[in-house]
Each structure stands twice: as C-alpha cells, then as structure tokens.
Design a binder for this molecule. Structure first.
Ligand code: DQA
Length: 142
C-alpha cells in the first residue's frame, strides 16, 4: 500500500523558519523519518510540498484510488481554505491533519481548523513526531 505525505505553504522553509516554534529539522529530515516508518512495514511513500493552494487541491483529487491515506500539514491554509476542505470531502481516502506546533497555544486565528471536521483525525503540538505517528496509524490499521 502507498501513503502520501503532503505539506503546504512555507513548510519548505522548515529548519530555517522560526526554529523556536517549529524546531531545527528540515522537510527532508521529516520525509526521511516518515519513509523509515512506512518502509519498515513494506508500504511505499510519496512526499510532496507546495506553496500553492490549487496545486494541493489537484494532488488531493489525484490521490483517489492511489493512496491508503494522506498525512497532511496544510500550514496556514488550515485556517482559511474552504476549497481544501471541499477537496478532502470529495475523496474517500482518509486524511490526518498534522501540525508541528500546538496551534491552541498560539494566536487565536490558529485555533480554528476548517479542515479538521472532514479529516479522520488531527495530531497537534507533538513536533515533527506527529508525522511519524500519523504514518503509524495508517500502517497499523490494516
Ligand atoms: C502549522 C501551524 C499553522 O498555523 C502555520 O500556519 C503553519 C504550520 C504547524 O505545523 O504547526 O504554517 O501547520
């Protein structure tokens, strides 16, 4: 089976971006660590990142019938994008929403997710380990 690791806007800046909030790991490090979890149980991983809402929407549509699950950090689109929510609703592949930081400890505008109601679940505030835990969930649930 295959999983998709999807990262949204500004997450290509991880490692350099606000390290006091997001830590020092890069997106490459995260992809590497998730790949280890996934390949240990003979699953495959595709990893993609985009700063563009429409591109993320296209990839979500294309995931239908291809992936067993999507691990998705939508970045700030979490709090704004009805279009991404509708894209997730339009497919049957389950999505886990991941946030590196604890959005509930931060500004008010980060407390609401437009996407969470249409996701299988949400992992928040556990640092980059959240991605690996989401991968574990999809590989356990066979
Ligand atoms: C984030 C939290 C969002 O509020 C923020 O816009 C991000 C990163 C996180 O992983 O903690 O870009 O999704």
């Amino acid at each position: 089976a295959k999983l998709l690791l999807l990262n949204g806007p500004n997450l290509n800046r991880l490692g350099k971006r606000e390290p006091e909030v997001y830590g020092s790991e890069t997106l490459d490090d995260i992809e590497h660590n998730v790949r280890e979890v996934v390949e240990a149980v003979q699953y495959q991983l595709d990893a993609k990142q985009s700063n563009h809402e429409g591109e993320l929407i296209d990839w979500i549509h294309e995931a239908e019938g291809v992936y067993k699950g999507i691990i998705f950090n939508p970045g700030a689109y979490t709090h704004t994008s009805i279009a991404l929510r509708d894209a997730i609703s339009s497919i049957t592949v389950p999505v886990i929403e991941v946030h590196i930081s604890n959005v509930h400890q931060r500004e008010e505008f980060r407390h609401t997710s437009l996407l969470a109601p249409v996701c299988r679940g949400q992992i928040v505030g556990l640092g980059t380990a959240g991605y690996q835990l989401a991968a574990k969930y999809f590989t356990l649930n066979d």
